[in-house]
Design a protein around this ligand. Structure first.
Ligand code: FRU
Length: 449
């Protein structure tokens, strides 16, 4: 088993090796279950299994035996991403079976089902949507990541797909029993901007569609990460067979490391993969690669997705700050509540010449991880990425509330419902915190996990 001293304190990393997307998020049997894509044999991606962790409070996680292994003909090269739903007292996992089958046009991605009565051991029920159930013209090799939910007595599953000579699409299927599925419609009915879509998530209660996109084109300071995650506020119209946008569409996270988020079945809480494809993973020196974000509560306000972190902390210690403050924090949560904020510079995880900073600059926050610690190299070529920068909009308002969640290798920053997430690899003893503020009034609070 891994050396827990080298692991983040309250972020899921899996028990060994590599992890990517969160899968099968559900509250079942009184516990929160988070499964995740896992390859325990290496710190690089490999034939993927489903790891499993549970929690009472969404902050302290316990690892359970792995839930799904690639051991059938239809999933022999990987049990790809998927979701969970409870039905008749049982926990069902709907996931993508991946088989290479000789490569080329023989690669298959099919949707499979597994069930469990105790939420610990799973019995595979086989393929429920095969590549032959795709409408004509869609690739059988890119059809994955089912997100299942129940609405008006019917089950629905949304999947990422691709047209044969084109780009990513989202397809909706319906079912009465989780076993036999019917194709409903192609959600947008047109190609995405990037190459392929992945991990769609739809929350009918909020009217919120979230999906990840590979190689989306850069737009200003958005989609700088080589792969991005978007939200669109709107409804799947099951009668008109289309998606009707009723609010904003934007990136989910302004930071470096956020991909493939999923919401808990029937709840407005999401978790994402706190990492990125096509980057180096400095944590491999500690025996793991990949972490999941802390859970985020989602809502829609004035047509915009609003996120706030969920972390079970101890009591907060509060201080009023005039112009500056020096403190220490490596793991835990801080927040600043400032009235009429006009300037702020926050330096985090300072020590040995290293630091990570966030600065208010006019109408944007500028985050800088260029001096954070071990360098993280990615395929991105734009200047901000090369200089370790990310930007998030700032809209002046009477009161600004900024929250930062710290763990050993990450900072997750939230302000006005927006989020900026980044992994960082400073020396272990770099725990200094310094800030300078100009505001009519500023309250600083800090709590430990
Ligand atoms: C997204 C993804 C999914 C796929 C999984 C494989 O990060 O590429 O589309 O199911 O990872 O591990």
């Amino acid at each position: 088993m891994a050396d827990l001293n080298l692991r983040p304190k309250f972020h899921i990393t899996g028990d060994e090796g590599w992890i990517n997307d969160p899968n099968g998020l559900i509250k079942f049997g009184g516990k929160y279950h988070v499964f995740y894509q896992s390859y325990p044999a290496d710190t690089n991606w490999g034939p993927i299994i489903w790891g499993h962790s549970i929690s009472d409070d969404l902050t302290h996680w316990e690892y359970l035996p792995h839930a799904l292994y690639p051991d059938r003909k239809y999933d022999r090269d990987g049990c790809f991403s998927g979701s969970a739903i409870e039905f008749n007292g049982k926990l069902y996992l709907m996931y993508t079976g991946y088989s290479i089958n000789g490569g080329g046009s023989n690669v298959r991605q099919v949707q499979c089902l597994a069930e469990s009565s105790d939420g610990v051991s799973f019995k595979k029920l086989g393929v429920v949507i095969s590549a032959d159930d795709l409408p004509d013209g869609y690739s059988k090799a890119d059809f994955r990541d089912p997100k299942v939910w129940r609405e008006n007595g019917k089950f629905y599953a949304l999947m990422a797909a691709r047209v044969k000579h084109g780009r990513g699409r989202l397809l909706l299927y319906s079912s009465d029993d989780l076993l036999s599925w019917k194709f409903e419609f192609d959600v947008f009915g047109k190609d995405c901007d990037g190459i392929m879509l992945e991990c769609p998530d739809y929350n009918p209660e909020l009217g919120l569609l979230i999906y990840s996109e590979q190689f989306a084109p850069v737009e200003g300071s958005k989609h700088l990460n080589i792969h991005t995650t978007r939200f669109v506020v709107g409804k799947l119209d099951l009668e008109k067979k289309c998606f009707i946008q009723t609010g904003d569409s934007d990136i989910c996270d302004y930071g470096f490391d956020f991909y493939a988020p999923q919401t808990f079945s029937g709840e407005n809480i999401a978790i994402g993969w706190m990492d990125m494809w096509d980057r180096s993973h400095p944590s491999s020196q500690f025996g793991f690669s990949g972490m999941l974000t802390v859970p985020r509560r989602l809502s829609v306000k004035n047509g915009r997705m609003v996120q706030s972190p969920i972390v079970a902390t101890g009591p907060a210690v509060e201080k009023s700050v005039k112009t500056n403050l020096v403190d220490k924090i490596k793991t835990g949560v801080i927040s600043l509540r400032a009235t009429e904020l006009s300037a702020l510079t926050l330096k985090m995880r300072c020590g040995g010449g290293y630091y990570t900073s966030l600065k208010l600059d006019g109408d944007e926050w500028i985050f800088d991880r260029s001096a954070s610690g071990t360098e993280i190299r990615g395929h991105e070529k734009d200047l901000d990425s090369v200089h370790g920068l990310r930007r998030m909009p700032f809209i002046h308002k009477p009161t600004t509330e900024l929250t930062v969640v710290f763990d050993k290798y990450s900072v997750e920053i939230f302000e006005d419902g927006r989020a900026l997430t980044a992994t960082i690899y400073p020396p272990d003893d770099a725990d200094g915190l310094e800030f300078e503020v100009k505001a009519d009034k500023c309250i600083y609070s800090r709590s430990e996990v």
